[in-house]
Design a protein. Structure first.
Length: 412
């Protein structure tokens, strides 16, 4: 059954190798896996690491995203995982259940570089299981609000309202219809953010899918209120029933057919690439909220394989990647947002208003529960959200149905 939990879409990595001084042999190699283009991009960071650690030789091997899941699962089953590997934050629980992570508590306690207070809290907790820290944040991402500043100002707003209901009022004012009553402009594309906007709505009201005892919690008053808030985007016609993604979303944004949506760091590049003319009209904001303005936090962590024979060298590498100046260099290379708080004091990040919004939002961001069953639970949430959006079920039906399914999933 655990294999079922893991068979979804894991994150994959690149190979590195480190040895003592002298010719490298395979038995001495420190291997590191990272995903996608990071395999080549990481080479730029290795030069300084190897200067500081001349006894460690590094060999990088990139793994394509499409092959990541199969390769990692095969390596985990065969006991051939690399010494260090990258894991997306939402996949940490699945690997943790396989008991392939080396606990890092003792090393962190003795480290001058790494400590919990040096990272965004939301990123740090994605590494913690049963009191054990099993990885370190490498880079982070979150969802912020992207909006057409010109259209929002034309609706009479100088900035995005911070409160839920004032925000939905803005969304209603942005709607436009043609003579036949068909909507030609939506206030916001809610579904562009997938499940993450729904989860953020719960967190913003102090609710969650599971409580601290890991029991279903969608029938609390706070959760019901958040579900009603989410559904209202669709019942009031603020958001289209069918969301857009990628280039299509950006083109609709450029055309003024959608005024707002929640997006991640990659959205900035997509706008400049596919809709450069709208970049000057772009505004960004933290998500609105109720009790707080919480968003989803994601990104990737770096972990050490429990079966590694080079754990000391691997830890040196993790410490190196965690340093503020190295995290800043990685942002410059890969445009991956730093997880280290000190890095965000850099002028390059502070002077860019869009990046500054990301930095502010990550201070109030949360991740889904760290349990291996989360992917199955999130699949059920998405299934029932589809019914809720089309008003095939009530808010209470949604909460009851998902809670019942969670009980069944956890029982297995």
């Amino acid at each position: 059954m655990l294999k079922k939990f893991l068979a979804i879409s894991l994150m994959a990595m690149t190979g590195l190798a480190a040895t003592a001084c002298g010719p490298r042999t395979e038995s001495q190699a420190l291997s590191v896996w990272v995903m996608g283009e990071a395999g080549q991009q990481l080479q730029t960071l290795l030069e300084q690491f190897q200067k500081e650690n001349p006894g460690i030789t590094v060999d990088v091997q990139g793994i394509p995203w499409g092959q990541a899941h199969e390769k990692l699962m095969t390596a985990a089953a065969g006991g051939t995982l690399p010494d260090v590997f990258q894991v997306g934050t939402t996949w940490m629980s699945q690997f943790s259940a396989l008991d392939v992570f080396e606990p890092l508590n003792d090393r962190i306690q003795n480290s001058q570089v790494v400590s919990e207070d040096k990272f965004f809290h939301g990123s740090w907790v994605t590494n913690v299981f049963n009191g054990q820290v099993q990885g370190l944040p490498w880079y982070a991402d979150t969802r912020i609000l992207f909006y057409r500043q010109d259209l929002v100002e034309a609706a009479g707003y100088r900035k995005i309202p911070e409160d839920w209901y004032a925000f939905q009022e803005l969304g209603n004012k942005l709607i436009q219809k043609d003579a036949s009553g068909q909507t030609t402009r939506y206030g916001m594309d809610v579904r562009a953010a997938g499940i993450f906007f729904f989860l953020a709505s719960l967190w913003q009201n102090g609710a969650s899918v599971l409580n601290e005892q890991m029991q279903p919690a969608l029938n609390t008053a706070e959760a019901i209120q958040a579900i009603e808030y989410y559904q209202a985007f669709f019942t009031e016609g603020i958001a289209p029933l069918i969301g857009q993604q990628g280039t299509e979303l950006i083109k609709n944004f450029e055309a003024g057919q959608v005024c707002m949506f929640a997006g991640g760091p990659w959205t900035v590049e997509e706008i400049h690439r596919y809709a450069p003319d709208v970049a000057s009209k772009l505004g960004t904001s933290m998500l609105p909220g109720k009790k707080q303005r919480t968003s989803f936090i994601g990104g990737s962590n770096m972990v050490i394989y429990k079966g590694s024979k080079h754990k000391d060298q691997a830890w040196k590498f993790l410490e190196y990647l965690s340093r503020p100046e190295v995290q800043m260099r990685w942002y410059q290379i890969a445009k991956a947002l730093p997880a280290n708080l000190e890095t965000w004091e850099d002028e390059q990040l502070q002077q860019d208003p869009v990046l500054r919004t990301f930095g502010e939002q990550m201070r109030d961001a949360q991740s889904p529960p760290n349990i291996p069953q989360w992917e199955e639970i999130s699949g059920e949430i998405l299934l029932q959200l589809e019914k809720l959006i089309y008003q095939k079920i009530t808010v209470r039906d949604f909460a009851d149905s998902v809670d019942r399914k969670i009980v069944q999933i956890l029982a297995r």
